[in-house]
Design a binder for this molecule. Structure first.
Ligand code: G6P
Length: 372
């Protein structure tokens, strides 16, 4: 009913708007004033966390994209190798698992059969499983060794939005917690990251306050057949998620690519007026990547692409090559997906609506897929 949607036209719009709160709630009570993480729910003994020699993330759909982003944070902060695998592929390739493998299963519903079967397989091989889940008492956390709940609140729209952002937050917390327990060398920095995370809800609020141009742009593209998404580093999974949202909601052909792969194939797809969304890394710190992606934008634009550029506030270098510029607040590189994903959600939702689609219940999809 309209009341349940809190005045929004769809649950999806409501859930997009709830993201600052969902992120704040997922952080709440898990970090103390000194920046020490207190994840009491993670009942995996410290000795196991210290002796782990590999992290394996399993998930499906949007949760898989959260896992892809988590890999960057886990490897950077803990120096533990991290693999990310689609749950539906995992057990069929005889993966290498033992008691020193920490498996992280990410699932909003906690009922996805592919993820459940993958986690059962991992436990049979002796691995410890930590679930990241949004649904209290659901099957995946019940069958795991431990669970870190995301506090997004109920997510009704089929396409995941606020659950995704809170999955990212939970992944960052797990990465920091592992770093802390394993006495990673950069221990002092944990406090800085924690403080940066605490500022993210405000940053998301600022993104949401300025979405009218994104909605206008989305409506103007409703006759298009294809939209491409490019990103690098953590922006690559953000590009994949932007493309998935557009497929799910707008029923358009959409693909996400690693920008560095353009020259190895996808650039052949670029033709006149093709919309290409590019997630631009911060020009600070990782300026090498920034320069490379600016060149990519110039290359596709020279071939006629209509460039839709998501770039940090103050990034002036990229501005001349953007046909449409979407600004996001400055946050540390690894946290950028928390702000960069939001305009892509709004973009897909608006484009779907302009095409006459029902955004909360896209055709052929289910909120939770309980068959393999
Ligand atoms: C379904 C939904 C997706 C979701 C995926 C994984 O396919 O339509 O939006 O990302 O399942 O769901 P989970 O509940 O395990 O996160």
């Amino acid at each position: 009913s309209a009341a349940e949607k809190g005045g929004y036209a769809s649950f999806m719009l409501k859930e997009i708007a709830e993201q600052p709160r969902a992120v704040a709630d997922t952080l709440l009570g898990r970090v103390d004033a000194e920046g020490v993480l207190t994840l009491d729910e993670v009942r995996i003994p410290d000795a196991v966390l210290r002796e782990a020699d590999k992290v394996v993330i399993i998930a499906c759909g949007t949760a898989f994209h959260a896992g892809l982003i988590a890999k960057y944070a886990i490897e950077h902060w803990t120096r533990l190798p991290c693999e990310v695998e689609l749950a539906s592929e995992f057990r069929y390739r005889d993966p290498i698992l033992d008691p020193r493998t920490l498996v992280v299963a990410i699932s909003q519903s906690g009922e996805t059969m592919d993820t459940l079967m993958a986690l059962r397989h991992a436990r049979e091989q002796g691995a410890r499983v930590l679930a990241i889940c949004n649904t209290n008492g659901s099957t995946i956390p019940r069958e795991s060794d431990a669970v870190l709940y995301t506090h997004a609140g109920p997510e009704v729209a089929v396409a995941s939005t606020k659950a995704f952002l809170t999955q990212l937050v939970a992944c960052y917390l797990v990465a920091l917690y592992l770093a802390q327990r394993r006495d990673a060398k950069w221990g002092d920095e944990i406090g800085d990251v924690v403080r940066d995370l605490a500022r993210v809800p405000d940053a998301i609020e600022r993104v949401l306050a300025d979405m009218e141009p994104v909605r206008d742009l989305a409506r103007s593209l409703k006759e298009k057949e294809t939209v491409l998404f490019l990103g690098r580093h953590v922006g690559y999974p953000v590009a994949l998620e932007g493309a998935l949202k557009l497929k799910e909601l707008a029923y358009m052909h959409a693909e996400g690519f690693a920008a560095g792969e353009l020259k190895h194939g996808p650039i052949a797809l670029v033709e006149d007026d093709l919309p290409v969304v590019v997630v631009v890394p911060s020009p600070r710190g990782r300026s090498v990547l920034h320069g490379k992606i600016v060149s990519n934008i110039q290359e596709i634009r020279a071939r006629g692409a209509r460039t839709i550029v998501i770039a940090e506030e103050g990034d002036e270098e990229v501005a001349p090559y953007a046909d449409h510029l979407i600004r996001i607040p400055v946050v540390p590189t690894l946290l950028q997906p928390l702000v960069a994903t939001v305009p892509l959600q709004v973009f897909a939702c608006e484009l779907a609506t302009a095409r006459g689609n029902e955004v909360d219940q896209p055709r052929n999809l289910a909120k939770s897929v309980t068959v393999e």
